[in-house]
Design a binder for this molecule. Structure first.
Ligand code: ARG
Length: 574
């Protein structure tokens, strides 16, 4: 089904043509002066130079033609050459009627189906999930859902950090304590930082012998030592179980639970191939690949794939992961939802994989780099005592704040409040994050995120709950014909609803969940204005009432679909 703006564009183009002008490049846009018009077109101004006519002259001619078109109730040329438009209620409700009937509200999958892999989450084994991983989980989950809704085949991969030196450090510490057969996540939470500190020269607990032992164990683990492998397996098992629980609580679900360890078998052959192709060369005992391209303003450092001691690195693993992905899934598009501070690393990986034909011709690799979540002081969010915040504690903090707020509502039992507060807290957390452009840093402000009013997740939920309650009170099916009864607020709501396909498609193309957030905020506002200005349940004209209820139902369904794409749901009451 065509998008509403595209329909208006078609009418505009026809009118330009009928007035004797070329129609190429003529488009309609939403008005940025809603006090004057609903949609507008600046085509006359663009055309003026080309056809050597004054913009106003063109705009007037075209507007004149448009006036005969039943899609428009107003078409006006205004200085210096805009065409201001208002659509008729009938044109709008015809489109809305189709939205109601069509699957996915008429959203088309314009592109051929693609195989898309979303690399997000990126948690590390043996380390508890901390808030650094929160954004990767929240944004990635939404991106995955949006791609899937657009009709593509999509796989989400958690790409666990389950390999490398940190594993050797943890194993060394477990052996030292005689705990290698018997430990829990809670133990790991303490063991990991302790062991890691003992290996850092600048730390006060630095232990040279221990550091060397950890290094040795890492090497042997990588060479297949059975004893260490067994301990490693136990660590990943214990850790994964805990991670799954945490991700479940966040309603973040991965299709693939692969990790860096899974691709180690590909590394030797890949490195050989990179050498054979003449791409990898020795430098100071290490092996590196040049990645700078002619168009670069600044030279990029070469990508190191083998360290001097013969071990592989983060980049090696990411390259091998692409080798495996190519073999198993042959994706058309790989999206990395990873902290933007890793952009150089990923750029190096992308360039090497293209140069070495690890990925196929035309395969898109994209780094959706996100900014940092800061506290109100503008510094990375910390616990009250200044440590790195555990994700679980953070979620509990938000839950409690919401629960506290819900105490104000005497109609809701303690039991229901406990359940509902979790739903609201998740919406607060996710919307608080997603409503910001992913690449920007943002301030994590619980008290603002949990507000029931303003641009927040709970406000959106509150709107959905309000509509549900009206529909329940009406007590009948809201599936009558939607027609325009002439109310201003009604038109505003219809116009917002009609934007759905456009917004989702843009959010997909730009990988921008924040566009869905700002859309549902506008839609919720349009609904609330309608609710305050138009009597719905007390409307005496049954036909009108039915039309209103059906419009409400559509609004609710659009909102519910959108929050599902953002990764959360709505409660029955709040
Ligand atoms: N585990 C990494 C970290 O904690 C993130 C992994 C991101 N994904 C990737 N393919 N490199 O920093």
């Amino acid at each position: 089904m065509k998008k509403f703006l595209d329909l208006i564009t078609e009418h505009l183009q026809d009118a330009f043509e009928a007035s004797g002008y070329p129609k190429e490049g003529i488009t309609a846009s939403l008005s940025n002066r809603p006090d004057l018009c609903e949609y507008q077109c600046n085509g006359a101004m663009v055309l003026a130079k080309k056809v050597h006519q004054a913009p106003m002259e063109i705009a007037e001619k075209v507007a004149h033609v448009l006036l005969d078109n039943p899609a428009f109730e107003m078409a006006e040329a205004v200085k210096p050459g805009f065409i201001n438009l208002k659509v008729t209620g009938r044109f709008l409700t015809e489109y809305i009627g189709n939205m109601v009937r069509e699957e996915k509200f008429g959203l088309d999958n314009e592109e051929p189906k693609q195989m898309i892999l979303v690399d997000y989450g990126g948690a590390n084994v043996a380390k508890p999930l901390h808030i650094g991983h929160l954004r990767a989980a929240i944004i990635g989950e939404s991106i995955k859902r949006i791609c899937r809704y657009m009709g593509h085949d999509v796989l989400g991969d958690v790409h666990l950090g389950d390999w490398g030196l940190q594993m050797g450090q943890v194993i060394a510490e477990l052996i030292l304590r005689g705990m290698e057969d018997n430990f829990t996540v809670t133990d790991l939470e303490e063991i990991y930082p302790t062991a890691s500190k003992k290996c850092k020269e600048e730390s006060d607990t630095y232990d040279k012998a221990f550091a060397e032992e950890a290094h040795r164990i890492t090497g042997e683990l990588q060479n297949g030592n059975a004893q260490y492998r067994k301990i490693w397996e136990k660590i990943t098992e214990v850790s994964k179980e805990d991670l799954k629980k945490n991700y479940d609580n966040l309603e973040v679900y991965f299709d693939l639970w692969k990790g860096e360890s899974d691709v180690q078998p590909y590394i030797p052959a890949m490195i050989q191939d990179l050498k054979d192709q003449g791409l990898a060369y020795e430098s100071d005992g290490a092996y590196v690949i040049d990645v700078t391209e002619e168009t670069d303003k600044k030279e990029l450092p070469p990508c190191i794939i083998v360290k001097r001691d013969g071990s592989s690195l983060y980049a090696t693993t990411d390259l091998a992961t692409l080798v495996e992905r190519e073999k198993l899934y042959c994706p058309d598009y790989v999206i990395y939802v990873v902290d933007k501070r890793q952009s150089l690393h990923l750029e190096q990986v992308f360039r090497v994989s293209r140069k070495a034909h690890i990925v196929h011709e035309g395969e898109k690799l994209f780094h959706l780099g996100f900014g940092t979540m800061n506290g109100k002081d503008g510094q990375p969010y910390k616990t009250r005592s200044g440590g790195v915040m555990r994700l679980e504690s953070l979620i509990n903090e938000v839950n409690e704040a919401v629960l506290e707020k819900m105490k104000d509502n005497p109609d809701i039992s303690a039991e229901e409040a406990a359940k509902t507060s979790k739903v609201i807290a998740l919406a607060a957390l996710k919307y608080g994050d997603l409503s910001n452009q992913a690449t920007k840093d943002y301030i994590f402000d619980i008290s603002r995120f949990i507000e029931f009013e303003g641009n927040t997740g709970p406000y959106i939920l509150y709107t959905i709950v309000r509509i549900k309650s009206i529909l329940n009170k009406a007590g009948k099916e809201a599936d009558g014909e939607i027609f325009f009864t002439g109310e201003k607020a009604e038109k505003g709501l219809l116009m917002e609803a009609a934007r759905f396909s456009d917004v989702i498609e843009t959010a997909y193309k730009e990988l921008a969940p924040h566009k869905i957030c700002s859309y549902i905020y506008d839609l919720a506002n349009a609904f609330n204005t309608f609710y305050h200005e138009v009597k719905i349940l007390s409307e005496e004209d049954e036909k009108k009432k039915e039309s209103y209820l059906s419009l409400l139902k559509l609004t609710k369904e659009v909102l519910e679909q959108c929050i599902d794409l953002l990764g959360f749901g709505a409660p029955e009451r709040m």
